[in-house]
Design a protein around this ligand. Structure first.
Ligand SMILES: Nc1ncnc2c1ncn2[C@@H]1O[C@H](COP(=O)(O)OP(=O)(O)O)[C@@H](O)[C@H]1O
Ligand SMILES: Cc1ncc(COP(=O)(O)O)c(N)n1
Length: 272
């Protein structure tokens, strides 16, 4: 009997330049051999220099997309990215339990370019109503600080933040990403029992558009294939590191990650 095809869903915003959002997620699912599906929350007019315009889809249309998938499609893991306001978050929060699949949340608040992608009052709704539904939350340092309302200076602070997000706000697990610090690119994972550290060398590059989207999509793809959480993060860290190392210098601003890198590199494991 042939194995069922792993199916992964992204609920996120569209990035017209193809580096972040829905486009990054679907490229990652495809590259990692999961069947990719999408629910679009907002359409952004965006390129490597920033976000020029945003149009939010009506919540009823987000609901319809979710119902279309629920009615017909198998699903083995899902992720959320940009969900800009409370009305959209409500629709997503109602739908998640019906999928009965691992849920990875990338709490997208501000783009690499500095453009705001989530209304400020929606942050509290996300914390109270969406985080408790997650199997994993993947904040970068500014997002983790926003969620816990505590500053992060050191690696120990990152670990305390991950614990706080799990025990204080009910996430299944938390991966606090250190892309915004100096030195080694350290991420910490806390799964409610154990703390893990994932590190790679820091790569000198401006091409980091879509790194958070790509990383959480890679974790989601591996989870859809039944890979356990810690191993899924370990493999996703290898994927994103290769993608950043071989990022594209296209456009005038922050170029995107390279989804072919891992194939071309032969999955060289440079993370520990
Ligand atoms: N310059 C870099 N060199 C190596 N890894 C990086 C670099 N910048 C970010 N990363 C890694 O990319 C992933 C995404 O992290 P981060 O940039 O913090 O997320 P976000 O895109 O959400 O801001 C993390 O694994 C982080 O450690
Ligand atoms: C539609 C959309 N979703 C998410 C991001 C964040 O991505 P990043 O912070 O890595 O640029 C983005 N720029 N656009």
């Amino acid at each position: 009997m042939s194995r069922p095809i792993p199916c992964a869903l992204t609920i996120a915003g569209s990035d017209s330049s193809g580096g972040a959002g829905i486009q990054a997620d679907l490229k990652t699912f495809q590259e990692l051999k999961s069947y990719g599906m999408s629910v679009i929350t907002s359409v952004t007019a965006q390129n490597t220099t920033g976000v020029q315009g945003v149009h939010h889809l009506p919540p009823v249309m987000i609901k319809q997309q979710l119902e279309a998938i629920q009615a017909d499609m198998p699903l083995h893991a899902l992720k959320t990215g940009m969900i800009a306001d409370i009305r959209m978050m409500k629709v997503v929060a109602e739908a998640i339990p019906y999928f009965q699949a691992p849920y990875v949340m990338d709490p997208v608040m501000v783009a690499t370019s500095g453009d705001v992608l989530m209304e400020s009052e929606a942050r509290f709704y996300l914390r109270e109503h969406l985080i408790p539904l997650t199997n994993l939350v993947t904040p970068n340092i500014p997002e983790a600080e926003m969620i816990t309302e505590k500053n992060i200076e050191s690696a120990a602070d990152m670990e305390a933040s991950a614990e706080h997000i799990v025990h204080g706000f009910g996430a299944g697990a938390a991966l606090v990403k250190g892309g915004h610090r100096m030195g080694e690119a350290l991420d910490v994972l806390y799964d409610g029992k154990k703390m893990y550290r994932f590190t790679s060398d820091r790569i000198t590059t401006k091409n980091t558009h879509g790194t958070g989207c790509t990383y959480s999509a890679a974790i989601t793809a591996y989870l859809s294939q039944g890979v356990p959480l810690e191993e899924a993060v370990r493999r996703a860290k290898v994927y994103i590191t290769a993608g950043i190392r071989h990022g594209f210098s296209i456009g005038k601003g922050n170029g995107p990650t390279n989804h072919w890198a891992i194939r071309e590199e032969g999955a060289r494991d440079e993370c520990h």
